[in-house]
Design a protein around this ligand. Structure first.
Ligand code: CIR
Length: 254
């Protein structure tokens, strides 16, 4: 079994990436690249084979590859991202995935960002958001099975489902306090990211290790108490572009 990760380099235009509100200081692209190297190194250490897609200066947000595809059971659903400026990102990612996975291409008027999709337990949870519409959710259900897909309405101001909840070990999730009802995730064990640290609810679980934003000590303590081995990484620059940890990679095994 081979574990593979797809990542994409950061363009100089990353300083112009989309964000819901102006960051407190401008994005420092040099620092962002250092932080991206730190993130990439975790996958190398965990034994992942890497596919690195070159940056595209015309796509300031292209580092956020998660939004361009949903990978389940050997199938990659190539999305139509909800932000028009991000739709050209899917071509190079699809071409890089094609040697490893069967591709399905989402069609207009469907839109969906991969950040709205979380696989946990036997379910595929999907956020109804400003980026993911009803047709996008219908395509997801048609591709991966209607019975597995659970739509969730997101609270106002939340960009993507995985901004507030992410998978840990099988059957276990990390959920930001006071965001979504625990009842939505019946049957799953819930670790809580405390109020004031909702950003840290987005982690990448890689088997033995959990990649976590290093700036959030109370979430780190909660994950540590739950028995996880943690790999903290810096996130200051992706955070300024409304990005976090899952959004910087696509992962699959074959
Ligand atoms: C955007 O607004 O689309 C990007 N600036 C951030 C995307 C982050 N993606 C994710 O969390 N899956």
């Amino acid at each position: 079994m081979t574990d593979r990760v797809l990542l994409r380099e950061i363009p100089n235009s990353f300083s112009q990436a989309l964000s819901m509100r102006a960051p407190s200081s401008p994005i420092d692209v040099w620092v962002a690249r250092q932080q991206h190297v730190a993130y990439r190194s975790v996958f190398t250490a965990a034994g992942y084979q890497e596919t690195l897609v070159p940056a595209d200066e015309d796509c300031p947000d292209c580092v956020f590859v998660e939004d361009t595809a949903v990978i389940v059971d050997g199938i990659a659903l190539i999305t139509r991202p909800g932000a028009l400026s991000r739709q050209p990102e899917t071509g190079p990612v699809g071409r890089a995935l094609a040697p490893y996975l069967d591709l399905v291409h989402m069609q207009a008027p469907a839109t969906l960002d991969g950040g709205d999709v979380m696989c946990a337990g036997s379910k595929i949870y999907v956020g109804r958001s400003a980026r993911t519409n009803a047709e996008g959710i219908a395509t997801l259900a048609h591709t991966f099975g209607r019975d597995r897909v659970v739509p969730i309405d997101l609270p106002c101001g939340v960009l993507h489902l995985k901004c507030v909840v992410s998978p840990l070990s099988p059957g276990e999730i990390l959920l930001a306090d006071e965001t979504l009802s625990h009842e939505l995730f019946a049957g799953l064990e819930i670790i809580r990211a405390p109020l004031g640290e909702s950003y840290a609810a987005n982690v990448v679980a890689l088997g033995e290790y959990v990649i976590v934003a290093e700036e959030y000590p109370r979430t780190i303590a909660a994950l540590d108490a739950a028995g996880h081995s943690l790999w903290p990484v810096p996130t200051s620059e992706v955070c300024k572009a409304d990005g976090s940890l899952t959004c910087q990679s696509l992962r699959w095994s074959y």
